[in-house]
Design a protein around this ligand. Structure first.
Ligand code: CP3
Length: 402
């Protein structure tokens, strides 16, 4: 297969100067990441998890007692940070995700700047399917798009499921090895992928849309092609996530941002089985697994059975109600309204207190927003959320406002 030579997946050269802040030693030649490298993955996952200096995130994922509630935020690495903008003066989005030194630097920035309890790997869900044959472009105005959207069975049949997850995505594992080394176990690293339904929606639609009408037509008009697409993406995604655990990811998260595009019956029959399949396959890594299905509120009970250790709750439902439905078998992550980052400091503090209170019945709680950090959020307010969570949930602060 010559697919790897496409300009889309070509490894760009390290942009001079960017990444210097990390004083990166030349990283070791890429270790082969075999598709089914379970023993390596298990060893890496378990050893890393046990040796974290701040392992509050991993403990909360597993429902173990914590000194304070851990917090990280979806889209914590991004354009609201001046330090991120500075790096991007010399790079662009696709170059940044494909250059391990830059991706590692951007992953670690929020840990240094905000003091969050976990790093999420700097990448995007759309990059994963490039080795399958999707041509990815990026525009600052419209975000990621595919030049060759899937429109029928013939397109699905052409999609490749690479045998080796390093095929065309080696830059991800290289970057994660740098992250693991540079983080030096300060906080865990979260690896991630888009869930198959969300990926299929982007692959068929070609770009982020409001209604995803083309995808919804496809999914009901061409059930055979849809099933084959989901199966191919799911197999690729499971290998990709296993390889991330082998490269140093301490937890794995599936983002299903388009889960709410269909109603509960269709979600549970057309989407969730593939999520369960992936989770069953990546269990062998030994690392905690998180699932975030945006907008799939009516299926929460079924989501609780998907096999994930942590269920992400979006801003659209009360956290205490979600916990009551999920029970004590899983931990929860969420769910402060993201645009509250534009409120006053006092209002933000009250929101944080209310979110912690709403989570008090959970087996374990990872504080997060109910979706990503908005693009122009005031950095001081983002940082204040982190500080309030730590203050109000630690021994000293707990109960003050509750
Ligand atoms: O900080 C982090 O959360 C880690 C990195 C991350 C990005 N995207 C970086 C990004 C993660 C986990 C994602 C996931 C992602 N990407 C999702 C699932 C979560 C969600 O937000 O629902 C989705 C749907 C995408 C697709 C995507 N990527 C869109 C629609 C856009 C354009 C709109 C936007 O939000 O900017 C992106 C661009 C994107 N994703 C950037 C980055 C760093 C480039 C813009 C930037 O510099 O912030």
């Amino acid at each position: 297969m010559n697919r790897k030579d496409s300009p889309d997946i070509e490894r760009r050269h390290f942009v001079q100067g960017v990444g210097a802040a990390l004083s990166l030693a030349p990283f070791v030649a890429r270790a082969a990441v075999a598709a089914d490298a379970q023993p390596a993955a298990v060893a890496s996952g378990v050893a890393a998890a046990g040796s974290q200096r701040n392992n509050t995130f991993l403990k909360a994922c597993r429902g173990e007692p914590v000194e304070h509630t851990p917090i990280w935020m979806m889209r914590q690495a991004g354009r609201y940070l001046p330090q991120y903008q500075k790096v991007m003066e010399k790079s662009d989005f696709l170059t940044a995700v494909r250059t391990p030194e830059i991706a590692a630097e951007l992953t670690i920035q929020p840990v240094d700047i905000l003091g969050v309890d976990a790093a999420i790997f700097y990448s995007d869900i759309t990059t994963t399917v490039v080795p399958m044959g999707m041509h990815l472009r990026y525009s600052d105005q419209t975000g990621p798009s595919f030049e060759n959207p899937i429109r029928g069975m013939a397109d699905v049949q052409r999609l490749v499921v690479p045998d080796d997850p390093a095929d065309g995505l080696g830059f991800v594992y290289d970057a994660q090895r740098i992250c693991a080394r540079e983080l030096a176990n300060r906080v865990p690293l979260i690896g991630f992928a888009g869930a198959p339904f969300t990926m299929a929606a982007y692959m068929v639609e070609g770009r982020a849309g409001q209604s995803f009408a083309e995808f919804r037509r496809f999914l009901f008009a061409e059930p055979g092609a849809f099933a084959m697409l989901m199966d191919k993406v799911a197999r690729h995604t499971a290998r990709y996530l296993k390889a991330q655990a082998a490269a140093g990811a301490d937890a794995l998260m599936l983002f299903d941002s388009n889960a709410g595009l269909v109603g509960p019956h269709d979600y549970e029959t057309l989407n969730l089985p593939y999520v369960r399949q992936i989770i069953a396959e990546i269990r062998s890594t030994g690392v905690p697994i998180l699932y975030f299905g945006l907008g799939a509120h009516a299926s929460l009970k079924a989501i609780g059975e998907c096999g994930a250790d942590v269920i992400g709750i979006d801003y659209g439902m009360p956290l205490d109600g979600a916990i009551a439905q999920l029970g004590a078998k899983v931990s929860v992550q969420g769910n402060m309204e993201p645009f509250c980052l534009y409120q006053t400091r006092g209002e933000i503090r009250a929101r944080v207190a209310a979110t912690l209170e709403a989570a008090s019945g959970a087996r374990g709680h990872v504080f997060n927003l109910g979706h990503g950090v908005p693009r122009y959020s005031p950095v001081d307010n983002v940082k204040a959320v982190v500080d309030f969570v730590h203050e109000l949930s630690s021994g000293a602060g707990a109960g003050k406002d509750a």
